[in-house]
Design a protein around this ligand. Structure first.
Ligand code: GGG
Length: 353
């Protein structure tokens, strides 16, 4: 049985707690015989590391991570360090440094979860979001001038390349072939007449490929998409959008299916040129750090996405099935209306594997 080499970066806040539980689930799968086998290596990177060294991780972090098959990351960010430092020194450089341009985020209303949207039940909301992950509004291009003076200026370039647009949009179309053959383009090209007009043109080009002739498409401006997520979320199946828009919309997506506690994500490069990274969508939640009450489901589902990526489809299905059972019948964590502690929720999922 192949041993998958997994790098663990718990990071900050509740990150190490939920990654710890995801690892417990993975270990339980291994023990169950015929399951996948793992070699885990933990990296103590994050805000504590920053206080000791002045950096969130060593300068050669990409070299250290490159030998792994995948990375499982918890969360980054702590109130005593500016958020733009934590994010720009750990999470974003891994996404960019390994060219993990696809950030896929399932948004599923599972049985047992209550949507704040009236009358929505399990199965009514089931989308797969594709977030462009390496450029757009997150491009690290810009700067500040006249710092501290009244005339201070700041500029940040939202950089869109034809190649960058094409590859994420193509990834969304490719995924739609295994779903309902429907892709929604979320844009704002009425206001952003350069970058997002390019984005829309590239979308139209990909949509016209013979391979995707059976794929239906829809287009929403991001503000209208936010409205429709609340009014008619069943209209969406595969959705593709830019780095920032998709980040915001997938939080809204999480909110309509029970919250960030169940929102998983995968950062991948379909050419598999480097290790992919899997992480819950949520952040470090410093307000509940160390209390043992964080919801481990998003991290466990992210580990499931990792297994699927690693070719362990059956094991991935077992994780998803166990999580479904837990959410439908088990004692869930407080954010989902239950009383379970982090470890109890994970133990319930392990029992259901
Ligand atoms: N799970 C990793 C984490 O801490 N995410 C919080 C966050 O702020 N992410 C920013 C982003 O995905 O753009």
């Amino acid at each position: 049985m192949a041993k998958h080499r997994i790098a663990l970066i718990g990071g900050d806040g509740i990150g190490p707690e939920v990654v710890g539980e995801a690892v417990r689930v993975l270990r339980a799968l291994s023990r169950a015989g015929r399951g996948p086998s793992f070699a885990f290596t933990s990296f103590p990177w994050g805000s504590d590391f920053y206080h000791k060294t002045g950096r969130m991780c060593p300068a050669n972090y990409l070299d250290l991570l490159r030998p792994f098959d995948a990375i499982l990351l918890g969360a980054v960010g702590r109130p005593d360090i500016p958020d733009h430092v934590t994010l720009n020194q750990l999470l974003l450089p891994i996404r960019r440094g390994f060219d993990l341009y696809v950030n896929s985020r399932p948004i599923v209303l599972y049985e047992g979860l209550e949507s704040p949207l009236k009358g929505r039940k399990a199965g009514d909301i089931d989308m797969l979001f594709f977030r462009e992950n390496t450029e757009g509004e997150y491009s690290p291009i810009g700067g500040r001038h006249y710092q501290g003076f009244p005339e201070e200026v700041a500029a940040q370039v939202a950089l869109f390349t034809r190649r960058g647009c094409e590859r994420i949009i193509a990834a969304a179309f490719e995924a739609s072939l295994k779903r309902k053959r429907h892709v929604t383009n979320v844009t704002k090209s009425n206001a952003q007449g350069h970058t997002l007009v390019l984005w829309d043109e590239v979308f139209a080009g990909v949509a016209s490929r013979p391979r995707y002739r059976k794929v239906k498409t829809a287009k929403y401006l991001v503000d209208a998409a936010a409205l429709e997520f609340v009014r008619r979320p069943d209209r969406f199946d595969v959705v593709v959008s830019t780095n920032l828009f998709a980040d915001i919309l997938t939080d809204l997506g999480a909110a309509i299916v029970g919250g960030l506690g169940v929102a998983a994500s995968a950062n991948t490069n379909p050419a598999r040129t480097a290790p992919a990274m899997f992480e819950p969508v949520h952040g470090s939640a410093p307000d509940i750090m160390g209390k043992g009450i964080a919801n481990p489901v998003a991290a466990i589902l992210s580990a499931g996405l990792m297994l699927d990526y690693l070719g362990e489809e059956k094991a991935a299905q077992r994780i998803e099935g166990a999580v479904r059972g837990h959410l439908a019948q088990g004692n869930r964590t407080r954010d989902l209306g239950g009383t379970a502690k982090t470890k109890e929720a994970a133990a319930d999922i392990i029992r259901r594997l």
